[in-house]
Ligand binder design. Structure first.
Ligand SMILES: [Cu+2]
Length: 223
């Protein structure tokens, strides 16, 4: 059974929802203030009968106007935005991957048009990514050919898998179930069929599943 994205709310989704709400609140407040000030200035400075239009043009500024002020303002705005964006990603632990002694590390390789999942014991699965619930899972992503995008819609997490380098992403699934995994980068004619499943088991079921694995043996569906 497949679940819709809203069925699973792990910590990362909760963080993103909170951040998104703050962005909407501050964005709306800033919009209201700017629009109100703009309307106020328009009403205040509109041309009325018998009123002179003020001369704003200053000869000494030349054609570029107050370019130093514009550059300063752009630098200031850019710095604030960069700081806020960095803090946003840092607060969601997307810059520094969280680690715990019991984190599960899985090597994920994308290739046209299939994902493969290699576990610490050497077992490689070409169909499902099977993980325990309520445990930090760290994925080491790479690609055997072109750039792919590893995407778990239900958990709001995604990261590109690129040839030649290893990128990391993490998640902590709090609900057991089966969730879709998709490729998010257009990688060729089979892109839309590059689907896998995330199988989240209870910790006990996961241990049972893991200890019964035939190590270093790939399941059906391999290349
Ligand atoms: Cu792909």
């Amino acid at each position: 059974m497949l679940y819709s994205p809203l069925d699973a709310i792990p910590p990362t989704v909760a963080i993103w929802t909170t951040l998104s709400n703050w962005y909407v609140i501050f964005g709306t407040a800033a919009g209201v203030v700017v629009t109100a000030y703009m309307v106020y200035q328009i009403m205040k400075n509109r041309v009325k009968p018998g009123r002179e239009v003020p001369a704003y043009h200053h000869e000494e500024e030349g054609d570029w106007g107050n370019w130093k002020g514009v550059v300063l303002l752009l630098c200031l705005t850019g710095s604030v935005l960069a700081f806020v964006e960095y803090q946003t990603f840092a607060s969601a632990s997307l810059i520094t991957i969280p680690s715990a002694p019991n984190s599960l590390h899985v090597e994920v390789t994308g290739r046209q048009y299939q994902w493969s999942f290699s576990y610490p014991n050497g077992y490689t699965d070409f169909n499902n990514l099977t993980v325990p619930a309520n445990q930090i899972v760290i994925l080491n992503l790479t690609s055997a050919d072109v750039t792919h995008g590893f995407y778990i819609p239900a958990l709001s997490v995604a990261k590109d898998a690129q040839p030649g380098i290893t990128t990391q992403m993490w998640f902590n699934a709090t609900q057991t179930g089966v969730f879709p995994i998709e490729c998010r980068q257009l990688c060729g004619v089979g892109h839309t069929l590059m689907l896998s499943k995330l199988v989240v088991l209870s910790p006990a079921d996961y241990q049972k599943w893991y200890s019964a694995l035939p190590s270093t043996t790939a399941t059906k569906g391999g290349p």
